[in-house]
Design a protein around this ligand. Structure first.
Ligand SMILES: *Cc1c(COP(=O)(O)O)cnc(C)c1O
Length: 496
């Protein structure tokens, strides 16, 4: 019986391993340092297995015979991408962990077309002088947000201050782009309320995933939080009583990921607008998932869009580029020209600005909105897909899987379910769908879900009550076949 010390002595050194014919060949082709690193990692793993008592003499001999292929596998892993495409069968359209909004084809093309070379990102081709990077998207935002907004404010509804003549003729809403909505909130608060107080309802002191907490962002911005009301009830009088000479801003935060129901009260936007007007204070709304298209068309009624908010007289709104907008990660601030201008000249803006890839993707996404080509934007397409269409695809996938002999012990059923818009849109924003429900005798639902995640490409599914659930709403139709093959491949194993 060999001792652990004996076993350790059987391990080659890194240098010896590098001279192994199977490995030296690799070191020649791939980079030398990657191979040396791989040898170290493989040997360290063996050492820790010996230490843990997992390897006896014969198991170690087996491991040693497979040493060069272990090094090969490790080099492959180290030199391949870690960021990979996955098939999202979870039915959550805006899944923050799965990179939120997939980009439109035009956005990808525009990135490829402009980012591989030089571009006029900050160069005015007419004058030959330095230009501004915002012009590329601000012109489109103006077009998408101006008309109705100006019209409404002329009519003076919702207590909005009347627009000045310059605001009207120049287009009253301007937009700037920063890295994400968290950055947008930081920039807006720092610009509008540094050294002063911001009034916000206790019912809106939200935490969004990834530790974005309104109170923390507020502290970093230099503004002081003035909480009013209670978690479930805040009245307009609570805001009014809190206003003092230090007050710089009224803030409304969209309750993105939770609902308060029961005994609740929240002032309407119109009331907040009127209060802001009375005290000559700016009103900002952090929308989170600002939509540029009318969600009512897909049956979602309680989610305010960017235009709804601006129309009702909110001075500044902030929202994400990669939530309901369906574009790249970005934070957008749209609102009164004079306020946005101040944010642009804040030195923080320079630190939070975005690069050419984001501008290219955003410009292409906004152009689709201008052309009203909503189908070009994947998340809008997914939201608009009917349950009937999803059922049809699910039936095909089910048939193709069942065509194989191997699935007798596997049950695949179609059941009614709901897709989730997600990504900080109204938590109640659900869309009816048809789910593929899979159960099999030999594997637990969790084991099956794990196998699906380790397939290539990985498939992300839901597990509920002992079944694996797949929602084709978030699977691209061109992925249906690959998904079927992955399911069949795993079905073969299930039978054993
Ligand atoms: C999602 C969200 C944020 C954070 O936006 P990011 O773009 O992820 O930084 C902030 N506020 C609200 C209300 C949100 O829903």
């Amino acid at each position: 019986m060999k001792t652990q010390a004996d076993l350790y002595r059987e391990l080659p050194s890194v240098d010896e391993l590098l001279r192994d014919p199977g490995v030296s060949d690799l070191a020649h082709r791939e980079r030398q340092s990657a191979t040396a690193d791989a040898c170290r990692i493989v040997l360290a793993k063996l050492r820790s297995e010996i230490a843990a008592g997992h390897l006896d003499e014969s198991k170690l001999a087996l491991a040693l015979s497979g040493l060069s292929s272990a090094v090969h596998a490790e080099v492959n892993r180290a030199l391949s991408y870690s960021l990979r495409p996955v098939i999202n069968a979870s039915g959550v359209i805006l899944h923050t962990n799965l990179a939120r909004a997939p980009l439109a084809q035009d956005a990808l093309d525009h990135i490829a077309h402009t980012a591989g070379g030089y571009s006029n990102l900050e160069f005015d081709l007419e004058s030959g002088e330095r230009g501004k990077r915002d012009v590329h998207v601000d012109r489109l935002f103006r077009r998408l947000l101006r008309k109705e907004f100006a019209e409404l404010r002329v009519s003076g509804r919702a207590g909005a201050p009347a627009p000045t003549q310059t605001e009207l003729t120049q287009g009253s809403v301007s937009t700037i782009v920063v890295n994400n909505n968290a950055a947008a909130v930081l920039l807006a608060l720092n610009t509008l309320a540094d050294g002063g107080e911001v009034i916000v309802s206790r019912g809106e002191l939200v935490e969004i995933g990834g530790s974005f907490r309104i109170p923390d962002v507020m502290a970093k911005s230099g503004a002081t939080l003035r909480e009013v009301g209670t978690t479930n009830r805040t009245r307009i009088g609570d805001y009014e009583r809190a206003i003092n000479e230090h007050t710089k801003l009224l803030l409304r935060v969209h309750r993105s990921n939770f609902e308060i129901s029961g005994f609740t009260e929240q002032p309407s936007i119109a009331e907040l607008v009127a209060l802001a007007h009375k005290h000559k204070l700016p009103l900002m709304e952090d929308l989170g998932s600002g939509a540029l298209f009318d969600l009512r068309t897909i049956g979602i009624n309680d989610e305010p869009g960017v235009l709804d908010s601006l129309r009702s007289g909110v001075h500044v709104v902030s929202y994400s580029g990669d939530k309901l907008l369906g574009g790249p990660q970005a934070g957008l601030i749209s609102g009164r020209e004079n306020l946005v201008k101040k944010m642009r000249s804040n030195s923080l803006f320079r630190a939070l600005r975005v690069d050419k890839l984001t501008y290219a993707a955003l410009e292409a996404t906004l152009l689709a909105y201008v052309k009203r080509d909503y189908n070009a934007i994947p998340v809008l397409r997914m939201m608009q897909t009917s349950k009937q269409e999803i059922t049809k695809r699910a039936v095909t996938v089910q048939k193709n899987i069942q065509a194989g002999e191997s699935t007798r012990s596997t049950r695949i059923e179609l059941i009614d379910g709901e897709s989730l818009i997600g990504g900080g849109s109204a938590p109640s924003a659900l869309l009816p769908t048809t789910l593929l429900s899979i159960t099999c005798e030999q594997l637990s639902a969790n084991e099956l879900a794990t196998r699906l995640r380790s397939s290539d490409p990985p498939v992300i599914a839901r597990v509920e009550e002992g079944s694996v659930l797949l929602d084709l709403r978030t699977v691209f139709p061109e992925q249906d076949n690959v998904l079927t093959q992955i399911l069949v491949r795993n079905a073969t194993v299930w039978k054993r």
